[in-house]
Design a protein around this ligand. Structure first.
Ligand SMILES: Cc1cc2nc3c(=O)[nH]c(=O)nc-3n(C[C@H](O)[C@H](O)[C@H](O)COP(=O)(O)OP(=O)(O)OC[C@H]3O[C@@H](n4cnc5c(N)ncnc54)[C@H](O)[C@@H]3O)c2cc1C
Length: 434
């Protein structure tokens, strides 16, 4: 007999697992199907898992602030233990450099004020009290190291920054997904691994379930696409791409892990940084390493790929990112062998995710997370659950977008903000910053 569930969730990354947990809490019998061997083995496991509250849009910041409280209270949010332990949230705070590119953070800080999110202006003395070795000259706009002007300070002025205390990082994002899986299972959810969805089935013009690559059918009146960088392939299988004005595609990313220069314990005394003057973000990594990601400045080529067929080796980009950060941290070594991560973002046209229904009744999507939605997974899962419940009870979310309450942020947002049918949001940073 064919297995039957209330909902099938394609993907068991952090957002797929949190969606399962939130639906299971509401009494739904869910099945997550993932082609990989365990939860969080996709882009979640590659994530830098930085938690921060500042986004370029007010709704984006409100969602991130609400999510911050979930990470800060992860054990209570989950309500169950995990035999592997719980993922730790390292609350280091986040230091963002004030640059011309980000308008000296004026509008970001105004939005944080509107939402009651704390921040502090730090001048060069305050920054150097925390990071004594930090070179605060302006080097921007970001360049490639073969540019003759690379590394040249633009005058004697020193940059200031804004410190956001409600920020940090989750050290083990794969474990966080496993935690959410265990919480979902405790409410009756089922997870199947090493099982790939090969087709989405329809019956009477609504979704009827999926067929696995083994040929096995699994039935459900609701199917949710949370397939990360494969999201566009699943949307094509479901035949729903034509009903979307915003689409998704996979972008290759490299993250460098390098040992921090001797004499400073960055692992314990460091913090998250974001620096559009040099085009990089950083955070501490175990073994007194520093992790370096790219903010994708315009001088870098963007490599859009097929998620099933791309080069998983490091390229020259790894070294470019290390050299950029060496402008701030003199003595930062370009080590060999190279260490870090090569993986994919699932990017939308405006770098804002899609949390929505589709034109196929019963088919939903939490996709296009654009390198910046690990932090929002617990609230995104709840938003998807509320959206699915409302639509299945007959709400026309396209005409009458569902409001969603963020109790800790003290705000109600419209889930329509994340619509697949929106116009490109001009307020976006059009980058990983969201
Ligand atoms: C290098 C990097 C750094 C990042 N840094 C940050 C950060 O600092 N902060 C932040 O908030 N976000 C960050 N992100 C983004 C964040 O990791 C993602 O937004 C988040 O992990 C997405 O979770 P997900 O569950 O939607 O997708 P994923 O974790 O990608 O899970 C999707 C799952 O779907 C499965 N799947 C795909 N196709 C099929 C199929 N046909 N059948 C069955 N299963 C399928 C995959 O195997 C995968 O496990 C980063 C991402 C990357 C790549």
């Amino acid at each position: 007999m064919t297995e039957r569930y209330d909902a099938i969730i394609i993907g068991a990354g952090i957002i797929g697992a949190c969606t399962a947990y939130e639906l299971a809490r509401r009494g739904w019998k869910t099945l997550n199907v993932d082609r990989l061997p365990a939860a969080g083995y996709g882009s979640t496991g590659a994530s830098c898992a930085i938690i921060r509250t500042h986004y370029s849009t007010l709704d984006g910041s409100a969602l991130a602030y609400e999510s911050y409280f979930r990470w800060d209270d992860w054990a209570n949010y989950l309500g169950v233990a995990d035999e592997r332990g719980l993922a730790a949230f390292h609350k280091t705070g986040c230091l963002i450099m004030k640059t011309t590119a980000n308008g000296h953070l004026r509008s970001v800080c105004a939005q944080q004020d509107a939402l009651g999110i704390p921040w502090e202006a730090w001048g060069p003395d305050a920054i150097n009290a925390k990071l004594p070795f930090y070179d605060l000259h302006a080097f921007g706009p970001p360049k490639r190291p073969d540019d003759p002007a690379f590394g040249e300070a633009q005058g004697d002025d020193q940059l200031g920054a804004v410190f956001f205390p409600c920020a940090g990082y989750v050290g083990d994002p794969q474990l966080a997904a496993h935690n959410a899986q265990r919480a979902a299972e405790a409410r009756g959810a089922v997870f199947r691994f090493n099982a790939e969805v090969a087709a989405i089935r329809r019956e009477d013009s609504r979704v009827a379930g999926v067929t696995l690559n083994s040929g096995e059918p699994v039935d459900a009146p609701v199917v949710v696409n949370v397939a990360g960088p494969h999201s566009y392939k699943i949307n094509r299988m479901a035949g729903v791409e034509d009903g979307m004005t915003i689409r998704t595609r996979a972008l290759k990313q490299e993250v460098a892990h390098v040992p921090f220069p001797a004499g400073f314990d960055f692992e314990r005394a460091g913090l998250v940084t974001s620096d559009s003057d040099i085009g990089c973000y950083c955070r501490p990594e175990i073994g007194n390493h520093i992790l370096i990601g790219s903010e994708d400045p315009p001088c870098d080529p963007r490599e859009w790929v097929d998620p099933d067929d791309y080069d998983r080796n490091f390229s020259e980009q790894w070294q470019v990112q290390v050299q950029r950060v060496a402008q701030r941290i003199p003595g930062l070594p370009v080590t060999s062998p190279v260490r870090g991560v090569v993986d994919l973002y699932d990017v939308t046209d405006d770098w804002i995710p899609i949390y929505d229904k589709s034109d196929l009744p019963g088919f939903y999507m939490a996709v296009g997370t654009s390198g910046n939605q690990f932090k929002n997974a617990p609230v995104a899962g709840a938003m998807m659950a509320e959206l699915i419940l409302a639509c299945e009870q007959g709400r026309d979310h396209d005409r009458d977008p569902l409001p969603f309450r963020l109790p800790r942020a003290g705000r109600t947002i419209s889930i329509g903000f994340f619509s697949r049918r929106r116009e490109i949001n001009p307020e976006s940073s059009f980058s990983v910053l969201g």
